[in-house]
Design a protein around this ligand. Sequence first.
Ligand code: CUA
Length: 368
Amino acid sequence: MRRPLNQIRACASRTAQPRWRRNSAARKLVFASHSVALIILAGCWQQALADPGGVTNIFKPLSEPAQEIKETSILVMVICGVIFSIVAGLLIYTIVRYRHRGGDETTEPPQIYGSNQIETAWTVLPILIVFVLILVTSRTIADVQNRKAPTGAIHSTVVGHQWWWEIRYPELGIVTANELHVPASTESSQQPTYLKLQSADVAHSFWVPQLNGKTDLIPNRENNMWIAPTEPGTYLGNCAEYCGTQHARMLLRVVVQTRSEFEKWVKEQQQAAVEDPGAAEGRKIFFGNSCVSCHAIRGTSAKGVFGPDLTHLMSRQTLASGTTPNSHQTLRAWISDPQQLKVGCLMPNMQLSDKEVDQIVAYLETLR
Ligand code: CUA
């Protein structure tokens, strides 16, 4: 005997549903897990907003390009948010309004094909929206990129290495690493810093969210960016382009100082390295080993270019590009085996004895 059509349809729709939808306990479990995920996400978001010091925050810009980027981002997010709400709202309405009800197995909903008004609307409207987004973003990009350096601006060259930042101030005769010092702008005087971005090996990306957007450092090419921070402080950034094993430990600090503090820092950095007779033993070991092939110390015969300049090593806050704070213990651990702190970094374990490590550390600690 043939079964009635409605029975076949009802049976087909039951078996087509996944098991979790047919089982009410499983359905509750899925709902609960989604709710927990949402609550956790909301918590992270709230934490990021509540503690901008710990989490670098693009919504708290403190420099001119970052301010313009934030305004553009908010406009883009509002437009996208409105589109999302309309689409999601219509979807939810349709799901609820036209859900399966008992007794409607025998009828099909009306099938509509072709509506010139609707099709024109959903073609023209998105084109207009995309056009507005293109205009707004191009204007911001052009405004940020075409700004010429005023006289008195600071110029610095930042070179990305696996995995640290070389920072040079060619006009000031300073070379340092991982910490970019810049003067703060005030209402009466703009003090922008213009950066030339280069790479010594692979592609990296310079990103300090509160100061400007991301700009890549690409081998055999020079990119440019500028920042004009308004509030003194230390701004955290990081490499934003995957560049190998220690990409996550390629951290960056921008130290924004008042004009007088910045000038004081420049004077200190321009000094040649200190010659402390008390650290002569460590100095001898340093210069007797291959340390000098990679590191430079201004005023000495060490002129290596593969590793960070150590002339004023102890003036820096961190070691190994933000991997650890710069302290006696961490410096000692680093010299005795860099691979313990930063697996895969290009500085090898020099197989020094404990005594030699102590003597080298004593010498390095004089490089203030
Ligand atoms: Cu350099 Cu990622």
